[in-house]
Design a protein. Structure first.
Lengths: 358, 406, 303
């Protein structure tokens, strides 16, 4: 079932990418939205929508990181730190931890603001660093943040984290134990993230990012405020992650530091690169694909293989091998990602490898 | 050029979808009862996860061989809760939902880790399905306000049980054992993870209460390989022994081993049920290690000996640290399901009927390799026993046991 | 004072291991501008090869007297060869096709290779730490207030000897010069007749060999090998390479020793759980004030 939904969504994305007619694209988007909104009434169960809601959170994260890496060309290897900041905002302010029970909806905005603030705080002194140096600074930040959450036991619950977070309400109606509200909120979140991403890409800021990505020095000479544009990318990208964090924490009703390690940052970067960096639709496909592999295919691979071939093999000790092989395989055969960004593709073929620091 | 590959990808996904449908839909035959399992089966926890799963498989195989009332067969449905190599509460929650969505699954064994349990309990509580953990020891899963919050969807119902001990039981028993051994001045180290930190906290509290001296405490960072910096620091405090909260692989083995590299090899070393396998890493240097286990002396329990022999015969390897617990947890679940089948006229029982048959008192307790098991109202073992073992000449030997219910 | 010196010695020992791994990152980065994420796992692999040889020789009963020294040499050489070949093999199979691909494609490939290696090593050796035989006798020696183990001296001496050998190789040998030329400008180097593919392959061989030495001395120093060792050690070593100025050989050594001492002293003074925070905070601060690392050259901006 989960594969059916993933298939429909990915197929629709591929179709959107292949049609050039604006009206056709809009039609597909609307059809897909209608399908995702209505189909759950007829087909699927809690387990499926739980994975889909998680996948949707990852799509939001990937779209946020795409602004930083794909649009502005700044490699960020510590993006999970902002995810952690968002999640802990909910964990600390809507739980028995301090007896504070702020509303979910307000915390969505607060977390976005806080994540953006931390993005700017990290970015202000470090954004003038060149490509891989910036990558390692963000990596360091990504290591520091969950470690601090783990060490400050008094405030954050330490390694146990904080459990039994508040169940959100909507006009007085509690979400209860159902996963459907999270599914719909996450869908809405993706829609908003897509809309924002697209508008940003076409905006003046978006064009500034592209210019910086292609040639920072030329961009500077053309009068672009490089540092401010980069800061904006960092802060906006981080804010997506903050919102994703709140959704994630509220749905799981738990935050703990091991949920936000380096692996998560790497996972999200992999989603971008696999899907096709800079290309919004590609990023959606990449993140859906990897989440399905990670949260559905690999944990269930034994029963899948057994059912298909009537065997009883144990593949669980091969998860990393399979995951690694998927990453390597896709990169070797489609180095630009599954659905590459057309502009970048053109660059690659015209300008060779001198594409800059991305 | 681009489309054939994408078409191929689409075809793979399309092919996979009916497969998924048959695996997560109703079981192929209605005579199969699923024993759902959620454990970390890959990455860093793979070896303990796999040996724990083997304990479950053994219990299921024996129940099937013996014959299940009503002609049913049990089938293990094991899901892995690691993501990117680390046990992950989100994946655990997702796995439990998958198991619950399958109507043939009547009980869930797992998880291994406490923070995964904290994410799962609200879901199993809401679904009313029995869940028994072999190893999640954090107090708040069953006790006090924390546990009540986890059960808030269905406050009157408790579906979560564990055959292991709790941090507070084990930590306070360890404090008493240490003083019995005339060890009075301790330096406490933990791995800064759920199990280790909580165990160290309780030990520190009770050791001080009983008159011991805690000279200092330290927490280690993940992925640490060098413990000599820490040990050099501890050396200056001149403790009688080091207490370690954590497992062999989160630092226990290396810490013990490196004590010899800084001239502290003679010092006693103590920990909980996370380090019975310490000799596998520390080898001869493990001598002088004490550890506690939440079960009576294995040498005096015939069921324990039989279990160890059967396990070795089936899997050809030594029993893992939580294999016996997992076996016991599965025995309890199977016993409850079989009683429910009988009570239901040999027909498939509901999850609520299975829950009602979970042993609650001495009359219906289940005999397991870790002693007779029944649960109190919180879901903890009713007659907890903690045993102390020491490693001498590379082998574990029983020292004494403490009956906590007396 | 006594404890300060002991922590210093421990930091130097730890730093020597990080420096050897960091050199591998820096050599590869210097020539390909690739963060070779699989490098830490090559180090783990070397450690396990040495461990396997030592366990085998010990079982055969030859590890005493002259046999001990020969056995240690055999384990070290085997680790060096195995890691070198593995690293070069990875380059050939996974990275070579991606020379002209977008910058991040090889990075993700490297991450994928790292996952695969970790899984393969786990299948081979299990997921629990495996004890590394205590082959080097470790009596404590006293030099005034300084107390060090023989093992520590061997680890540091071996690491420093390796670094000196590397220095002469890169500065003096023809291959070393070719490496530097390719690192500076691949196209120009190929115009003057340098075989670029071969030079890159040799760089990976050397980086792998260094990881092999590190695997051996790491196994001796930590007393165990574990399939995930490469992740933590690799992360710190990579940080060391950047701290020193990535692509800069002396910088990688300096960075390695600094990170080792930082880890040792932060564990002593503020507690082990803060050591990672300390390491990465220092890294961020250093880069804020010296954007190209301690010994890195300021990159000319591309025009």
């Amino acid at each position: 079932m989960i594969y059916t939904y993933a298939f429909v969504a990915i197929a629709a994305c591929v179709a959107i990418e292949r049609f050039h007619n604006r009206r056709a694209k809009t039609t597909i988007v609307l059809l897909l939205a209608a399908f995702l909104a209505i189909a759950p009434r007829f087909y699927g169960n809690d387990a499926v929508f739980s994975v889909l809601a998680d996948a949707a959170v990852y799509v939001m994260l990937a779209l946020g990181l795409n602004i930083v890496v794909g649009f502005a060309g700044l490699l960020d290897l510590g993006y999970a730190a902002f995810f952690a900041i968002g999640a802990y905002t909910y964990g600390m302010l809507a739980s028995p931890q301090f007896g504070l029970h702020l509303p979910f909806w307000a915390l969505l905005f607060l977390a976005a603001a806080l994540a953006a603030l931390f993005g700017a705080l990290l970015g202000a002194p470090t954004l003038r660093l060149h490509g891989d140096y910036l990558a390692i600074v963000t990596l360091g930040f990504g290591e520091i943040v969950p470690q601090i959450f783990q060490n400050l036991t008094k405030y954050t619950g330490g390694p146990n984290g904080i459990a039994a977070l508040d169940v959100p309400t909507f006009f007085g109606h509690s979400f209860g134990a159902s996963v459907m509200p999270y599914y719909y909120i996450a869908l809405f979140g993706i829609a908003a993230a897509l809309w924002i991403s697209r508008n940003l890409r076409e905006s003046r800021l978006g064009r500034a990012w592209m210019a910086i990505r292609e040639d920072e020095l030329a961009a500077k000479h053309a009068g672009i405020d490089v540092l401010r544009s980069k800061l904006a990318a960092f802060a906006i990208g981080a804010s997506f992650s903050g919102i994703g964090g709140v959704l994630f924490a509220a749905k799981l009703a738990l935050v703990s530091p091991d949920l936000f390690g380096f692996q998560v940052s790497v996972l999200i970067v992999s989603m971008l690169v696999l899907g096709g960096m800079g290309n919004i639709v590609g990023v959606v496909v990449g993140s859906l694909l990897l989440t399905i592999v990670n949260s559905a295919l690999l944990p269930q691979i034994n029963s899948l293989v057994d059912a298909a071939f009537h065997t009883t093999v144990d593949l669980s000790n091969l998860h990393f091998l399979i995951y690694g092989a998927i990453l390597v395989g896709i990169m070797l055969f489609r180095p630009e990602g599954l659905l590459p960004n057309r502009e970048r593709r053109a660059e690659l073929h015209h300008a060779g490898e001198a594409a800059g620091d991305a | 050029m681009r489309s054939p590959r994408i078409a191929a990808l689409a075809a793979i996904l399309l092919l996979a979808s009916p497969l998924a449908a048959c695996s997560s839909g109703p079981a192929p035959a209605s005579t199969t009862i699923g024993i759902g399992v959620d454990l970390p089966l890959s990455g860093a926890d793979a070896s303990v996860g796999t040996s724990t799963l083997d304990g479950i498989k053994l219990a299921v195989a024996r129940a099937n061989a013996k014959g299940v009332p009503g002609g049913f067969t049990f089938a293990v449905q094991a899901l892995d809760d690691t993501q990117q190599g680390v046990h992950n509460p989100q994946q655990g929650a997702s796995n439990v939902r998958t198991l619950i969505a399958d109507d043939s699954v009547l009980a869930i064994i797992g998880p291994y880790n406490s923070n995964v349990a904290a994410a799962e309990i609200p879901i199993t509580n809401q679904a009313g399905i029995v869940q028994i953990s072999p190893s999640a020891v954090s107090d708040g899963l069953t006790l006090g306000k924390d546990a009540a919050m986890l059960r808030r969807a269905n406050p009157g119902v408790n579906t979560f049980f564990r055959v292991c001990t709790t941090d507070s039981r084990q930590g306070s028993a360890a404090a008493r054992f240490a003083l019995d051994l005339k060890l009075k001045r301790v330096y406490i180290v933990d791995d800064n993870e759920t199990y280790g930190l909580d165990l160290a906290n309780v030990f520190a509290r009770d050791f001080t209460k009983l008159g011991g001296t805690v000279l200092g405490r330290d927490h280690i960072a993940p992925d640490t390989q060098d413990f000599k910096a820490l040990l050099l620091k501890i050396k200056g405090y001149k403790p009688d022994f080091i207490f370690f909260g954590g497992t062999t692989s989160t630092g226990g083995g290396l810490l013990r081993r490196q004590m010899f590299d800084v001239g502290m090899g003679k010092l006693a070393f103590m920990g909980g049920d996370g380090i019975p396998d310490i000799a596998e890493v520390a080898k001869k240097r493990a001598d002088g290690t004490y550890y506690t286990v939440a079960a009576p002396n294995a040498d005096l329990l015939p069921a324990a000996k039989r279990f160890v022999a059967a396990y070795k015969a089936k899997f050809g390897s030594d029993v893992g640290p939580y294999s016996a617990n997992a076996y016991a947890a599965t025995q309890v679940a199977i016993s409850a399901i079989e009683q429910a089948i009988e009570a239901n006229g040999k027909k498939m029982p509901t999850r609520a009927e299975v829950l009602a048959k979970i042993p609650r008192n001495a009359k219906n307790e289940v005999l397991t390799p870790i002693g007779p098991i029944s649960f109190d109202k919180n879901g903890d073992v009713r007659k907890p026993v903690i045993s102390l073992y020491a490693i001498r000449n590379g082998r574990s030997s029983f020292i004494e046991q403490l009956n906590l219910s007396e | 004072m006594h404890e300060f010196l002991a922590q210093l010695a421990n930091g130097v020992e730890l730093g020597a291991i990080y420096a050897l791994i960091a050199l591998g990152y820096t050599l590869v980065y210097g020539i390909l501008e690739l963060i070779n994420f699989a490098h830490g796992d090559v180090y783990t692999f070397g450690s396990f090869v040495a461990l396997g040889i030592l366990v085998g020789l010990r079982a055969a009963g030859v590890l005493h007297g002259a046999g001990l020294i020969l056995g240690i040499a055999a384990a070290l050489i085997a680790a060096i060869l195995a890691s070198a070949l593995l690293n070069a093999g990875i380059e050939r199979l996974a990275y070579r096709r991606l020379r002209k691909a977008p910058r991040l494609a090889p990075l993700i490939t490297a991450i994928g290779v790292s996952f695969m290696l970790e899984n393969l090593i786990e299948l081979w050796q299990g997921s629990a730490p495996v004890p590394f035989p205590n082959v080097i006798p470790n009596p404590q020696l006293h030099f005034g207030a300084l107390e060090v183990g023989v093992q520590q001296i061997v680890v540091v001496a071996l690491a420093i000897a390796t670094m000196i050998a590397l220095h002469f190789f890169v500065q003096r040998s023809k291959l070393g010069k070719a490496m530097r030329a390719v690192a500076q400008d691949r196209d120009a180097a190929s115009l003057v007749g340098i075989n670029v593919d071969r030079t890159i392959a040799i760089t990976f061989l050397i980086a792998g060999a260094l990881a092999g030495v590190a695997g051996f001395v790491g196994g001796v120093s930590f007393g165990s090998a574990w399939f995930l060792n490469g992740f933590g050690a690799g992360l710190r070593a990579f940080t060391a390479a950047v701290l020193g100025g990535i692509g800069n050989i002396a910088g990688a050594m300096l960075g390695g020793f600094l990170i080792g001492m930082l880890e040792s002293f932060s564990t002593w003074l503020i507690g082990g759980q803060w050591s990672n925070v300390a390491v990465f905070s220092v890294l961020i601060l250093v880069l804020v004030f010296r954007p190209s690392g301690l010994l890195g050259e300021t990159l000319p901006e591309k025009v």
